[in-house]
Structure formats: structure tokens, C-alpha cells
Design a protein around this ligand. Structure first.
Ligand code: GLN
Length: 309
């Protein structure tokens, strides 16, 4: 890593990506105004090395809602609370189906395929609600400590519009509840899920918030041991196999890093033992992953040789 000029590499990626904006591919998520209104020409990328050094380029300090990236952190909280008992309520297999799919839930009797599909994240949210006194405050404190940014907060308006348009999530939650795999009030679980999606952070915050997964569970910004080394290994494995939904195979092929995407166009990734990363660009591909974000990560591992493979 010391032989690489990371600023130079980020500069090259930034230029390549900006040339690609001209091709005008991909669509910004438009199911709520807060996502539809984000200019599609944004691109930011940040790297947080284990020694605390940050490298960044483009719109790396512009905040966005973290959406499904939050599922990594609620999974961490749920595993810390109940350990392997979580796997009785959520499976850990890749799905090959879209992130908001209902299709496997009936066959699997309300056990979601993995914690990164919406169904699995809703069960994970239920576990967090059951096991932490004030789940909202716990998550906020967790994100502020992971990122080292005390200003991380929820976007209450955005959470409200998620709630008003989240009919699919409401259906998923009720369906899971019908099998007895939600223990809290359905509305409370959904409120918490929409809140976690609405947290506003930037690329630098999120790159830092991935450091614990790169460093055997130790969080650089806070110095805390967030999870065991084994816990970090397992969460990375989940990200590799399911973090980008039905594109996880393609991501392993082209990028080769544990990664988690969100519908706002954010993708976080981990280079184990080296760094946490975040890339953000709002236009999405058909599978709901940032189009240019995926391209940038592909170029990054190509140029640095840092794919885990
Ligand atoms: N808020 C989004 C939803 O629940 C999160 C999904 C995502 O980021 N892929 O539909």
C-alpha cells in the first residue's frame, strides 16, 4: 500500500467517471422526492486507512441518506446482542433476487434469505429493537462513534416519506409477522427501519465507519473493539455474498471486495487489514446499485491490485 499513490489513483478514477457522465446512463431512485431531487452528476469517493489517514476525491463531503448501507451496522448490533441465535431467524445465503423481493419468504416460512435484503433487514431491526433499550439512540451513537462525526443524524422528513411510500416494506413486515418472526409491533419495526435508512452521512464518514470491518473489529475513530475479529470476518463474508443483492456475483467478479450498496447510490467496501472505502454517485443500474460507484470500485481494485482474490 505504501507504494501506491492513492491520491493519484483517486484523481484518475474521478476523471474517468466524469467523462462517463456524458453517457447519461442509469436512473436516480425516484420513489421519494429526497432521492429523486439529488443531481445525478455527483461523484465522491473516500478511503480511510487503518492509520487514520483519509484520501478523498470529488463530492466526498456531500451528505446523502445511507439507505441500505445501514444494514451492515444493524447486523453488527444484532449479532453483538444475540450472537448465532440470529441465524435461526435470518438465513445467510445469497438470494439472486432483487433487494425488495417477497418471493422466497413463503417457501422459507418467514425466514428471510439474508440480512441484507429488505426482509432480512426488517428482522434484524426487530432484533435490535428487542435487545437495546432505546434502539434509535443506540444506532445514532453507534454511527457517530464509528465515523468519528458527532453530527451524524437522521433525516426525519425523509424517514416520513419512506414510510408513506414504503408499501412493499409494509407488506414484507406483515408477511414475516404472520409467521411469528417479528416480535415487536410491525409499525415500530418499520419506523426503526426507515430511520436507519434516513441517516445522513458523507463518503468520508462512511469510509471511516467501515474501518472496524477492515481491522478485526477494532474501530479506528473511537478505539473501541466493536465486534470480535471473527465477527468482522463473518460480516465481510455476508457483504461479499449478498451486499449488492443479485449483483453480488458480478461484484465479486469485477471488484472483489466485501461491499454494501444503498439505493441513494452509496457503496461501502472493505479491503481487509488495509482500509474502509465509500463511493457515492446517485444514478443506479437495473439492480439498484450505483452505476458509476461500481465502475469506480472496479477501476480501484484493478489499479491497486487490492481485490481480496
Ligand atoms: N429505503 C430503501 C427501501 O427500503 C432501502 C433499500 C436500498 O437501499 N436498497 O426500499
Amino acid at each position: 500500500i505504501s507504494r501506491l499513490d492513492l491520491d493519484d489513483i483517486l484523481g484518475t478514477i474521478n476523471e474517468e467517471v466524469r467523462q462517463r457522465f456524458g453517457e447519461n446512463r442509469g436512473e436516480v431512485a425516484d420513489y421519494i422526492p429526497a432521492l429523486a431531487d439529488v443531481p445525478r452528476d455527483r461523484f465522491g469517493m473516500a478511503l480511510a486507512l487503518l492509520d487514520g489517514t483519509v484520501h478523498e476525491v470529488g463530492n466526498a463531503r456531500e451528505r446523502f441518506s445511507i439507505q441500505s448501507v445501514s444494514k451492515v451496522y444493524t447486523l453488527t448490533l444484532a449479532l453483538e446482542a444475540i450472537g448465532d441465535a440470529l441465524w435461526k431467524r435470518v438465513d445467510r445465503e445469497p438470494s439472486g433476487d432483487p433487494f425488495n423481493s417477497l418471493i422466497q419468504l413463503e417457501h422459507e416460512k418467514g425466514i428471510p434469505r439474508n440480512p441484507f435484503m429488505n426482509a432480512g433487514a426488517i428482522v434484524t431491526a426487530d432484533v435490535v429493537l428487542s435487545n437495546y433499550g432505546d434502539a434509535e439512540a443506540t444506532l445514532l451513537e453507534f454511527m457517530r462513534a464509528r465515523s468519528g462525526n458527532p453530527e451524524v443524524g437522521a433525516d426525519v422528513e425523509l424517514a416520513k416519506s419512506e414510510r408513506e411510500s414504503g408499501h412493499r416494506n409494509v407488506a414484507l413486515a406483515n408477511f414475516i409477522r404472520s409467521y411469528g418472526n417479528l416480535h415487536n409491533d410491525v409499525q415500530d419495526v418499520l419506523d426503526f427501519y426507515f430511520l436507519q435508512c434516513s441517516l445522513r452521512m458523507d463518503c468520508v464518514d462512511l469510509a471511516r465507519s467501515m474501518q472496524y470491518l477492515a481491522d478485526g473489529g477494532r474501530c479506528g475513530p473511537s478505539g473501541q473493539q466493536v465486534t470480535s475479529a471473527e465477527g468482522a470476518t463473518r460480516i465481510n463474508a455476508m457483504m461479499m455474498t449478498a451486499g449488492t443483492y443479485d449483483a453480488a456475483g458480478d461484484f465479486a467478479f469485477h471488484v472483489g471486495l466485501p461491499a454494501k450498496s444503498g439505493v441513494s447510490g452509496a457503496i461501502v467496501a472493505v479491503v481487509p487489514h488495509v482500509m474502509g472505502l465509500c463511493v457515492w454517485s446517485p444514478a443506479l443500474d437495473r439492480k439498484g446499485n450505483s452505476l458509476l460507484g461500481g465502475y469506480a470500485l472496479h477501476r480501484f481494485t484493478r489499479m491497486t491490485g487490492l481485490s481480496v482474490f
